[in-house]
Design a protein around this ligand. Structure first.
Ligand code: TTP
Ligand code: MG
Length: 247
């Protein structure tokens, strides 16, 4: 008799715990931010684009963690990668993957999350390029890819929209030279050309790899004075969601 009562209570307890879990799940699904990743070649203006949207208090803007790449416990991994790519590409890309993942899963109370780059462009453009140039050995590239596959399957990396800032390699090469980031001084024009091609095949022609969300392409060749108007084309995509009306 007592045993049956205990079993009953246990069963009900399980039922309540299940209900609670389902509710928590539904709630977290509901409150997941609409996530936008901003992609495009080195120097195409991703940071400028993100800065433009910092004025909206309801958007969580996550710039690329380049400061971490330049200072991982005192080591400049970005600098190491450019000065001795064969030795350091694996270390650098592993860290890029980790720091990108961190941004993907970072919780935010904002309804919109805007990220500079993603785990996808790191894998589909940069790792791809390093693999083709044999700067990453086949075994090293395989390990990065195994991590990538596992992470994209088992962690909540949700992307709802990709903004592709489409530029020509000539324009971004000039910008990169002008901004004069010390690590990038010796990056040749051909490197940007190949990266451009990889972005194009992934996001424009959609012939390479998997596209994790729909793509909005903006002209990123424009100069600073006219680019804001182009950036503004992205704004309705946020307003359409009806979630920033309180702004
Ligand atoms: P980008 O990620 O292209 O960022 P950016 O700040 O140069 O671009 P924008 O001007 O549009 O804001 O590149 C940052 C540096 O990191 C650049 O030297 C390329 C390098 N990088 C890699 O080598 N591997 C990677 O996986 C990523 C994401 C960047
Ligand atoms: Mg940037």
């Amino acid at each position: 008799m007592i045993r049956r009562a205990i079993n009953n209570l246990l069963l009900r307890g399980k039922y309540i715990v299940n209900m609670a879990n389902n509710l928590i799940c539904a709630e977290s699904k509901k409150s997941r931010p609409f996530t936008v990743i901003v992609e495009g070649n080195i120097g195409c203006g991703k940071t400028t684009f993100l800065n433009y949207f910092k004025k909206h208090k309801n958007i969580c803007v996550l710039s690329e963690p380049i400061d971490l790449w330049r200072d991982c416990k005192g080591h400049n991994l970005l600098g190491h990668m450019y000065s001795d790519p064969k030795k350091w590409s694996f270390t650098f890309q592993s860290y890029v993957q980790l720091t990108m993942l961190n941004h993907h899963v970072l919780p935010t109370p904002c309804p919109v999350k805007l990220m500079e780059r993603s785990i996808y462009s790191a894998r589909y453009c940069f790792v791809e390029k390093m693999k083709r140039d044999e700067l990453l050995s086949k075994p090293s590239a395989a390990v990065i890819d195994e991590w990538f596959q596992w992470l994209t399957k088992n962690t909540p990396i949700n992307v709802d929209l990709i903004v592709y800032l489409r530029s020509s390699p000539e324009v971004v090469y000039r910008r990169m030279m002008e901004r004069n980031r010390s690590e990038e001084k010796s990056v040749p024009f051909e490197y940007l050309e190949s990266l451009h091609q990889l972005h194009e095949e992934w996001l424009y022609y959609k012939t390479l790899h998997h596209c994790p969300a729909r793509v909005l392409t903006l002209d990123a060749n424009l100069d600073l004075e006219s680019i804001e108007e182009e950036y503004g084309k992205f704004e309705p995509h946020i307003w359409n969601l009806g979630i920033l009306n309180s702004n």
